[in-house]
Ligand binder design. Sequence first.
Ligand code: XMP
Length: 524
Amino acid sequence: MTNIQQNKILIIDFGSQYTQLIARRVREIGVYCELVPYDVNPYFIEKFNPSGIILSGGPDTVNQNDSARAPNIVFDLKVPILGICYGMQTMAVQLGGEAKSSKKAEFGFAQIRARNHSNLLTDISDEINSQGHGLLDVWMSHGIEVTKLPKDFELIASTDSCPIAGFANSKKNYFGLQFHPEVTHTKKGIQILERFVTTICQCGKSWTTKNIIDNLLEKIKSQVGDKKILLGLSGGVDSSVVAMLLHQSIGDQLTCVFVDNGLLRLNEGDEVMKTFSQNLGVKVIRADAQEYFYDQLSDEADPELKRKIIGGAFIEIFNQEAQKIKDIKFLAQGTIYPDVIESAGAASGKAKVIKSHHNVGGLPDNMQFELVEPLKELFKDEVREIGVKLGLPKKMLYRHPFPGPGLGVRILGQVKKEYTDILRRADHIFMEELNNQGLYEKVDQAFAVFLPVKSVGVTGDERRYDFVIALRAVETVDFMTARWARLPYDFLDHVSNRIMNEISRVSRVVYDISGKPPSTIEWE
Ligand code: XMP
């Protein structure tokens, strides 16, 4: 088996909102990388044995006393280093240069002029000016800048307002860029990163979807051998891709359990069964547990407690099903790399928990299984590409995210079967129309919410006194912040009419115009 992680890049995270983007870009180029917090144990860095290091941006002010620093070991390893924004500033300060508040903070597009023909930027430009200098359109976001180069460094880029917008020590292969090559606004950003990882760090491009799949299939086989394995299949992207990988690798040794909790979207249970069991030949047990879930939820209105109840009920049902199957040795989970990064952040106290997210993965320690987590080094876009290659329907892989507790957190307060039936139909109409009008892909998440308040309406000559449906659609890159989607009024009008005409228990439809922050995407 080829080692597709032999040449790899380590990204040191100083907390920029773009750090995961750097990692995704490096992987798109075809090179494996990992991301660690700046205060990671230096021993980890040494053991990781990177071919190059990228220091990310971050929110700290580099000339303040307690601001974050790159661990010294990165400068002892004798590998190329690229510092981006804060990463450049701290590199400057740590190596004897200086950084100060900029006269004018820069946020947005800027044009930089490349200088001195550095290994990093040579022959990469958007245009050439009349004096023959390469110019690059880039994305800047900083209030501090390097004001004095460290010893043995030279200037490689500048703008009118930021004289040191890039520097290099070409002997050591250390580079700093004040702008962000990882964002798409920097048009040639991907070429710059590619130059760094492939030419300067000399990493081969072995991180490809085909190689990843071949490796995973082998790894699963060698871990699981001829033993039996169990997977909680939710029909979401991650567990679906795990199911396909396991199915291809070890076939019949896999049993999936699909728990129908009564909080799924219209026809969802049947569709999951059809895709996996009928079309793909995966062994799936369907546990119909709607009544059990409704029963458990019947007296609870608090969002967090509802999440806990749903999580607990899932474990209970899953456990019951697992016990019916003899000799299970392994349990598979669809943990992906951002979950790993997030829990590492949570462990070091750097991530705040706003809502406890229940995923199918949250099973108790006392289940005596060994874990198999084939996706734990992969980003979501890599998981999707693997899914496409393994033959899963695109519609399933590119669906908007759906929370683990499902409609349970989209019915405000107490959950009742009567409410789920109304919400399911309203949500279905909204999705159908988004698809019909080509708007589904234009938003990143859309859904309906059931509000258990009654409002007065009129149909023909009759007065209605019934429930309210809220429509929510957002545009977001990372789901951490979001903007409400500016859907066309005529479209909203059409959806609203359909919902009220087709569902007699709804007397009013509203559209949610709250951004995140201050609101969250889900209503609970
Ligand atoms: P919020 O509401 O926190 O949502 O802005 C951000 C993203 O997370 C999803 N979400 C959940 N996913 N279990 C999940 O698996 C949960 O309990 C949960 N709560 C929110 C939400 O749909 C959005 O994509």
